[in-house]
Design a protein around this ligand. Structure first.
Ligand SMILES: NC(=O)c1ccc[n+]([C@@H]2O[C@H](COP(=O)([O-])OP(=O)(O)OC[C@H]3O[C@@H](n4cnc5c(N)ncnc54)[C@H](OP(=O)(O)O)[C@@H]3O)[C@@H](O)[C@H]2O)c1
Length: 236
């Protein structure tokens, strides 16, 4: 078992082999936290970990497909054996399909796959990892302004946006439930970020995109059941 000082947190990030998740793993490891970089593909995940190790960082790989309950269960078992706890769980993995163009005329397959990864995935990860999250622990759900029920509808990727509205609702209800265990649950929007999902036209870099998540994971934030962007609470 790695040595874990009391001021270091054990932080697990889902879907961290690239994009926002990868940059989160990097910045949290730079702050000396014990970061568990998870990915659904072993080769891609190990390659990502090797990249961070070559930068002098201490990061651990764990296989985890958020749509596969067996994989989630195995991951929770292995993390328990290796680290004993998870102080901060960051639900980051998500999908956005190119043919997600219409709620009225789109295929039910796109709807199912999106909901399975973006909605059922985070809740299943929470269920299996909850026994490892101590009092004072944090759950951070990666949402999107597209899921807001206040902002005007943008007309892009409607199924994805609905999945993020559901994730926001989950955040509020879970925060209420877990307040009894003193575990906070918040959602954040990284803004529109240059990644494979966000595309090249996005105005924000991954460094800018992860700022709020790093802050929620490490600063003395006492809020729960809230939605953040740029370190500020925004309307649902
Ligand atoms: N980029 C933006 O502008 C933007 C804006 C708002 C919110 N977000 C949110 O930010 C988060 C990260 O997005 P990103 O832009 O970094 O996207 P990305 O570059 O497409 O990365 C998504 C990550 O999720 C992983 N993933 C997908 N399905 C998975 C599964 N079943 N199990 C485990 N991992 C899985 C992917 O793994 P593979 O490599 O194996 O596919 C990849 O590592 C997402 O929640 C997204 O909705 C992004």
């Amino acid at each position: 078992m790695p040595i874990i000082r009391s001021d270091w947190k054990v932080i697990l990030v889902t879907g961290a082999n690239k994009g926002i998740g990868f940059e989160l793993a990097r910045q949290l490891a730079q702050l000396k936290h014990k970061v568990i970089l998870t990915a659904r593909d072993s080769a891609k995940g190990k390659e990502a970990v090797d990249r961070l190790i070559s930068e002098g960082l201490e990061v651990y790989f764990q296989l985890l497909d958020v749509t596969d309950e067996v994989s989630i269960k195995q991951a929770a078992g292995q993390v328990k054996a290796q680290f004993g706890k998870v102080d901060v769980l960051i639900n980051n993995a998500a999908v956005l399909f190119r043919d997600d163009q219409s709620l009225a005329e789109g295929t039910v397959e796109v709807f199912h796959k999106t909901m399975l990864t973006n909605v059922v995935g985070p809740i299943q990860v929470v269920r299996h990892f909850l026994p490892l999250i101590p009092s004072g622990g944090r759950i951070i759900n990666t949402s999107s302004g597209g899921g807001s029920m206040t902002d005007p509808v943008g007309g892009w990727s409607p199924v994805y946006c609905v999945s993020k509205s559901a994730l926001n609702a989950i955040t509020r209800h879970l925060a209420y439930e877990l307040s009894l265990r003193n575990i906070s649950v918040n959602a954040y929007c990284p803004g529109w970020v240059k990644t494979d999902m966000g595309g090249k036209s996005a105005p924000r870099s991954v460094k800018q995109g992860v700022d709020t998540a790093v802050w929620l994971a490490t600063a003395s934030v006492t809020e729960t059941g809230k939605f953040f962007r740029d370190r500020k609470v925004i309307p649902w």
